[in-house]
Design a binder for this molecule. Sequence first.
Ligand SMILES: Cc1ncc(COP(=O)(O)O)c(C=O)c1O
Length: 356
Amino acid sequence: MNARREWLKTTLAMAAGLPIATGLTNQLMAAPVSKAERDFFGMNPLLPPMKIRLASNENPYGPSEKAKQAIQQRFSEANRYPFQAVTEFRETLAKHEGVSADHILSGFPTFPMLMTYAEAFKATWDKVNMNDQLAYDYDAVAKQIKDDTRLVFICNPNNPTGTLVDPAIVKSFTEEVSKKVPVFSDEAYIEFLDPSQQMSMVDLVRNGSNVIVSRTFSKIHGLAGLRIGYIIAKPDIIRKIQRTHPGIPNNQLAIAAAHASLGDTAFMDMSRKKNAEARKILTDYLDKKNYFYGKSHTNFVMFDAKTDAAGKLAQLAQQGIAIRVWDYNGMQWLRVSVGTSEEMKAFVKAYEELKV
Ligand SMILES: Cc1ncc(COP(=O)(O)O)c(C=O)c1O
């Protein structure tokens, strides 16, 4: 089994060797995670342009107006290297996270690269299956940790299942485990939770724990195309990663847009609210048709395909609707990102009319 494919459907504890950030690629974002996708993309290298893009958990409302204005204003600085912008941005992020700037590193590579780098450095990694509700089983993850485990990866809410584990459980797990092994907490989807529920593991970083928190501007901020995100960790971890980090992590426009988006609660509130409304169109349909799905707290839903996932993928793609297919636990699963309400209605209609 291909490791990258495997990790997306599982939680994991990685053994022997921290992954090192040496490069960037977003190719893996589109990497097939099922036989249905491998066959389909193998036979259809040139797909028609997708009209309804429900495959990459993007925010259909972004970038925000503030981000667009910031990009326009910064455009004339495009001739300048972004040294100063990176430094200022780091300070802004530090203030936002309640840490000092030496706890911040922006421009971290996209998430499946953790596994890729681990393999490149001859590390092995273990997966831990989800429970029957498609949620992390933190007891099972804890049991999987061995003497030579060097990093434990967690993601809450999780991709591709969309499920959430009570952040209090995640926090006590992280606090305990990080005494022995660094814990990497991917919080890409945390802003889709109601602000009162957004319990980040950054608190533990502030306490000096061995925890690395990652955040992205690709999701609620709607900046996936600009490629900008960051990690928060103890300065010694940041320094270690920085040694092999690509020189200039972000470009002027991405920094300007991210800077403008950071405190834009109106845009985030709007995105969260519209996402919940549109998600309900999909889950109402799944409920009506008795589909089993992970209870989503994010901008995507993963459900049991029941029948012929490959046929569904192909027929939807021919209509310009992009989704993903996963093989997991001997079953086939469809993951559908939440677009606008109109897009979800169009998806439901197209799905209902599939000939499979
Ligand atoms: C689990 C997880 N982490 C992080 C990201 C964000 O990746 P990036 O910042 O490279 O767009 C995603 C995006 O799909 C994700 O699903």
